[in-house]
Design a protein around this ligand. Structure first.
Ligand code: DCP
Length: 133
């Protein structure tokens, strides 16, 4: 059975900035930046899974919303989907990542152009730029 990995586009609406997280592992993607998230557990909604993963990895509370963009097949077993999210409590901390960064649309495009995003997440570039516009 396919397992779903959910990833969060956490957008601060006041500053129109998106939260990116720099991966520590595995070596192929270490140093690259992603929308943070993780695997959905059995019986969990996508939104609940994402809220749990973000609390664990970033120590912050979010409200997860609707899916946007296309789903990305990562392997035979894993499919990656992106959900919109709103920060509701706490400042993010890199508990599981190398670093965190808030980027505006120009910053996101510059990082994509420089090849600094995790490959799968580049699928959502145009959708993310629209969310930040
Ligand atoms: N992934 C991705 N883009 C994201 C989030 C995840 O391409 N924005 C990929 C990386 C992994 C898979 O999804 O191949 C699972 O992501 P996790 O961060 O959950 O991977 P872990 O290595 O942490 O898995 P585990 O939770 O089993 O340790």
């Amino acid at each position: 059975m396919t397992r779903i990995v959910v990833a969060a586009a956490i957008i601060d609406e006041m500053s129109a900035k998106l939260l990116l997280a720099q991966r520590n592992y595995p070596p192929e993607v270490a140093g690259l930046w992603e929308l943070p998230g993780g695997k959905v557990e059995d019986g969990e909604t996508w939104q609940a899974a994402l809220e749990r993963e973000i609390a664990e990895e970033l120590g912050m509370t979010i409200e997860a919303g609707q899916q946007f963009g296309a789903a990305v097949g990562l392997s035979v077993e894993l499919e990656l989907v992106a959900l919109r999210a709103r920060p509701v409590g706490g400042a993010p901390r890199a508990l599981d990542h190398a670093a965190l960064r808030w980027v505006d649309a120009a910053g996101l495009r510059a990082m994509a152009d420089a090849g600094e995003l995790v490959p799968a997440d580049t699928t959502w570039l145009e959708d993310l730029l629209e969310l930040l516009a």
